[in-house]
Ligand binder design. Sequence first.
Ligand code: DGL
Length: 267
Amino acid sequence: MLPTNSIGIFDSGVGGLSVLQAVASLLPRERVCYVADAARCPYGPRPAGEVLEFSLGIVKFLLSKKCKLIVVACNTATAAAIDELRRAFPRVPFVGMEPAVKPAAEQSKTRSVGILATAGTLQGRLFSDAKERYAAGVKVHVAAGNGLVELVEQGREDSPEALALLRTCLQPMLDDSVDELVLGCTHYPFLKNSIEKIAQGRMAIVNPAPAVAAQARRLLEQRNLLSSEAGAHAFYEFFSSGSVSTLALMQKRHLPQLSERCSYEKL
Ligand code: DGL
């Protein structure tokens, strides 16, 4: 693997763009190969075995593109597949999404934190382990954001439907003094405006993407694989198993600063 090779990033859809945002800002000279498995989105309600099978296929594709590190920019796929991916590809550095229970529990003044995630993530071992390990003495409220991923995929993150769904998830948390809200799905940072309308400053939003980008940089540094050292220039290749034009639209909406250096292809 060479420093000039790409970082691979994948998600069920456009959610991983929230992680790409953090990666592109921390590592502005890295090339990135992004896969959105839009044809099979959402992953959240699917059995873990199916999400694992999809993840293995996408990782094989990213490795065929010679990716030097792979970010599983999907909490659901991380929960279902990260252990098996590390076993199946022992030489490949992987970074998965961390359920950010620890920083939320540390920062909560009310000792009451909320986790908004997909059903798949909430049922996974990663989340229950993090809760057990980091949330002693802290009340953890969970809500499965059923339907939210679909709205973000449709570009309706600020719609009345998104606001209504979010209110159902968040009102019980607000009623119970939750003051830290972990976004346990990479699609949810795009709902920030709607969340803030409901929370009215009463909950801080914890987005784990910057910590994930920092971990990617650490692993590349350890392996002397940072492209900045090789004087490379960033380029962003986007692949979608679904609509390429939707992915392009979302990239332009959420990451307009990259637009000059992007290509799109159907998977
Ligand atoms: N972005 C994915 C995650 O973080 C969305 C899951 C889905 O497709 O339901 O879990």
